[in-house]
Design a protein around this ligand. Structure first.
Ligand SMILES: NC(=O)c1ccc[n+]([C@@H]2O[C@H](COP(=O)([O-])OP(=O)(O)OC[C@H]3O[C@@H](n4cnc5c(N)ncnc54)[C@H](OP(=O)(O)O)[C@@H]3O)[C@@H](O)[C@H]2O)c1
Length: 225
């Protein structure tokens, strides 16, 4: 049986809100986390109005992390480390889905990976060996994630993690939310998807688009959505 509840750290923002909406529409219980618990509660209230019957609450990041069976981290790269420190204790023994892309303004359309190789490895280093970090969602547009767009419209999602069983849990969880999730290998491989996000930002700018995404070929039989 897969996880039934998800904590979304930074769930007041674009990606976190979109992920929370999608999770709620597919029957998961969600706890929104924020640096300000009041802001998280206000977002939870908005989401409750958008999704009939939604089980959603809001809390501080640490409280939300304690409440979720699985934790998703959706915060800007500049605040990744500070945010992870705030949830480190509550995250021990859990799966943390990290969606951080190392974007360094103003040049967000240029690949700028951190010294650790990628943001996902940085997250694992910060949280320690008893947290199973899995990274995902880098190439999905936040606005679309929160809509009722199909898996095909959203594009494929690559999922990375050093613990194969945890990666499988996240692939299944995202598939449950009607996302086409694919195993992408070790956490170090997350560098490829994190880098691709800057490329997609460039593509969006160049072609006047707003949700350029990724589509794998040759593995259609495995596409769930
Ligand atoms: N947007 C996308 O389409 C997209 C797609 C793929 C991946 N990503 C990645 O997902 C992460 C979140 O992206 P986003 O667009 O959702 O970001 P965002 O809306 O700018 O921020 C998300 C949340 O992070 C929290 N936060 C914590 N520290 C912060 C700080 N110093 N400055 C600003 N906000 C801070 C804020 O919540 P509180 O103030 O409530 O604490 C905010 O609501 C990023 O790493 C991004 O690269 C985004």
């Amino acid at each position: 049986m897969g996880p039934k509840s998800l904590a979304v750290i930074g769930g007041t923002g674009a990606l976190g809100r979109g992920l929370a909406l999608r999770a709620l529409r597919h029957g998961l219980k969600v706890c929104i986390g924020s640096r300000e618990a009041g802001r998280a509660r206000a977002t939870a209230e908005e989401l409750r109005r958008e999704v009939a019957g939604a089980e959603v609450t809001g809390a501080s990041n640490a409280e939300a992390a304690a409440a979720g069976e699985v934790i998703a981290v959706t915060v800007p790269f500049a605040s990744q480390q500070g945010t992870l420190q705030a949830i480190r204790e509550a995250a021990q023994g859990k799966i943390v889905i990290d969606a951080t892309v190392p974007l360094i303004p103003p040049r967000v359309a240029r690949v700028q990976l951190p010294p650790e190789g990628c943001a996902a490895v940085r997250a694992q280093n910060e949280l320690g060996p008893d947290v199973r970090v899995v990274s995902a969602l880098h190439t999905v547009a936040a606005t679309r994630l929160g809509s009722d767009a199909s898996a095909q419209e959203l594009g494929d999602v690559l999922v990375f993690g050093d613990d194969k069983a945890s990666r499988e849990v996240v692939v299944a969880l995202l598939s449950q939310m009607d996302l086409a999730a694919f195993h992408g290998g070790s956490l170090a491989n997350s560098a490829a998807a994190e880098a691709l996000t800057s490329v997609l930002i460039f593509v969006n700018k160049h072609y006047g688009a707003d949700h350029a995404g990724l589509r794998l070929i040759g593995v259609e039989a495995r596409r769930s959505g």
